[in-house]
Design a protein around this ligand. Structure first.
Ligand SMILES: CC(C)(COP(=O)(O)OP(=O)(O)OC[C@H]1O[C@@H](n2cnc3c(N)ncnc32)[C@H](O)[C@@H]1OP(=O)(O)O)[C@@H](O)C(=O)NCCC(=O)NCCS
Length: 170
């Protein structure tokens, strides 16, 4: 049985190993470690099966240029290669979004595959006048799910992830 729970202090090495196996290089593992070190307010969930971490999802604060409103960015997310396409990623996203909605997070951003994230309610961020800080990001790949429509109606601009992401995106 798979359990989704918050990251615990001992989970660091398991999450790192998972990220190294799921991604092509060490960038994502480094981002996770750097954020854990320096960033308050992370939401970090793991999927655990028989004591092994088989999936991980991280949400970190994002800001909008010229605004004091803070949302969250979904990244990175990973599932063990041999356990992919079995619904674990879906469970992680659902748990994370439901937590953030409960915590009154106004919006969640994701830069990802346009075939995957719309099933959770993500739409192109451009529909809300939000754009990526990185050049060359295709419109349909930069997506948002808005929990506070009224607040987000009045806010537009460039969404900025934590600086820890910059190294990996260059
Ligand atoms: C992306 C990822 C986390 C999804 O987790 P998962 O447990 O495999 O996803 P689920 O089983 O819940 O969903 C599977 C569905 O998602 C879609 N999907 C998953 N990965 C996809 C990808 N890379 N591109 C496009 N669609 C994808 C497929 O439509 C798939 O549907 P199918 O079963 O009909 O083929 C996982 O594939 C992974 O770790 N990939 C490598 C790391 C990565 O690229 N992370 C995302 C960027 S941060």
């Amino acid at each position: 049985m798979i359990v989704i729970r918050d990251e615990q202090p001992d989970d660091g090495p398991g999450i790192r190993e998972l990220a190294l196996l799921a991604f092509d290089g060490p960038a994502e593992a480094r981002i996770i470690d750097a954020l854990r070190e320096a960033c308050p307010g992370l939401v970090s969930l793991v999927a655990v099966e028989n004591g092994e971490i088989v999936g991980h999802i991280l949400f970190s604060p994002v800001s909008i240029n010229g605004s004091t409103i803070t949302g969250m960015g979904l990244a990175p997310m990973a599932v063990l290669p041999e356990r992919q396409r079995q619904g674990i990623g879906t469970e992680l996203v659902r748990h994370g979004l439901s937590r953030l909605r409960e915590e009154r997070c106004p919006f969640v951003i994701v830069l990802g595959h346009p075939d995957y994230y719309p099933r959770f309610g993500f739409v192109p961020a451009s529909m809300y006048g939000l754009s990526s800080q990185w050049e060359g990001v295709p419109d349909e790949a930069f997506m948002v799910i808005v929990f506070d429509e009224r607040l987000m109606d009045s806010v537009h601009g460039v969404v900025r992830y934590r600086d820890e992401f910059d190294g990996a995106m260059k």
